[in-house]
Design a protein around this ligand. Structure first.
Ligand code: MG
Length: 288
């Protein structure tokens, strides 16, 4: 239900922006940045082949495209995860950030064991180490490791995140703009995360509409280290897996240039939906 409401909320922001002829980020308070560094989400396991061969190859490809950060899927067994993490780190070198995402594959004991094995590879964050309901597990993992702990793609609304923040379960919150309550709710969650000293890096998945909505929010988020001379800014999750709908429904695809993505500056979300493509991908509800 909250996901459904999120879609309506985002559509209303788009309508409001188009009515006033301004981008949504202006309605949200004004842009702090015009472009956002993207990180490459990919590095999934394939049906065949040796992951210790194809994962480093894929990661090196992202680095060659200009991405300054990549995210590796883990959760396939501690020893295999540790070997894959090491192989990817070796492939991308020391200057590209490397995150790992377990999609709640482990309990706290296993997540801590994996974390200790991969800490030496300079891991930027460890995402969803344990099931989202296991707040005590998050706390245990967070206190046992030097790696920042990320999560929140399975959490919803300011009330869900209030409890996560009050429990000090996370270093990095990852609400999905299209799931956690839309731009209205996620702006509130972002403001709250700042008060708790928790970094905000949205989870981004699905279509180009989701990417555009996430970019509108990313434009107005504060830097993670606002008083630093070289402030650390939030990043855009940029899914590199194959997805026939993602960019096809946008009249102008949202692309990266050497790992940077420009915030759409047109009215509303700053995109135009290709209605013909939308009709092509629409589910047939009449059973024909
Ligand atoms: Mg994830």
């Amino acid at each position: 239900m909250i996901q459904g409401l999120s879609g309506i909320d985002i559509a209303l922001w788009d309508i409001k922006g188009k009515h006033f002829g301004v981008p949504v980020h202006q309605l949200l308070g004004g842009a702090a940045r015009n472009e956002v560094a993207a990180y490459a989400t990919g590095l999934y396991r394939r049906k065949s082949g040796d992951p210790l061969t194809y994962l480093p190859e894929e990661a090196a490809g992202y680095a060659a495209e200009g991405f300054r950060a990549v995210k590796l899927k883990v959760g396939f067994g501690i020893d295999e995860d540790a070997a894959a993490t090491r192989a990817v780190r070796d492939a991308i070198g020391p200057d590209v950030a490397l995150m790992v995402d377990a999609n709640h594959a482990y309990d706290a004991v296993a997540a801590i064991r994996l974390g200790r094995l991969i800490e030496r590879h300079d891991i930027a964050w460890f995402e969803e180490p344990v099931p989202p309901e296991d707040i005590a597990g998050y706390r245990a993992v967070r206190s046992a490791l030097t790696i920042p702990i990320a999560g929140g793609e399975c959490e919803f609304t300011r009330f869900g995140f209030r409890d996560l923040f009050a429990a000090h379960a996370l270093d990095i919150a990852q609400p999905d703009t299209c799931a956690a309550g839309g731009l209205s709710e996620c702006k509130k969650i972002a403001d709250m995360s700042e008060a708790f000293g928790i970094r905000y890096n949205p989870h981004v998945w699905g279509t180009g509409i989701a990417i555009a909505a996430s970019l509108q929010l990313l434009a107005v988020l504060p830097s993670h280290t606002p008083t630093s001379l070289a402030p650390l800014a939030p990043m855009l999750e940029f899914d590199r897996t194959e997805h026939p709908i993602r960019q096809a429904i946008l009249k102008q695809p949202i692309e990266h240039a050497t790992g940077m993505v420009r915030v759409p500056n047109g009215p509303g979300l700053g995109i135009d939906v290709d209605r013909g493509a939308l009709a092509r991908f629409a589910a047939d509800q009449c059973g024909h």
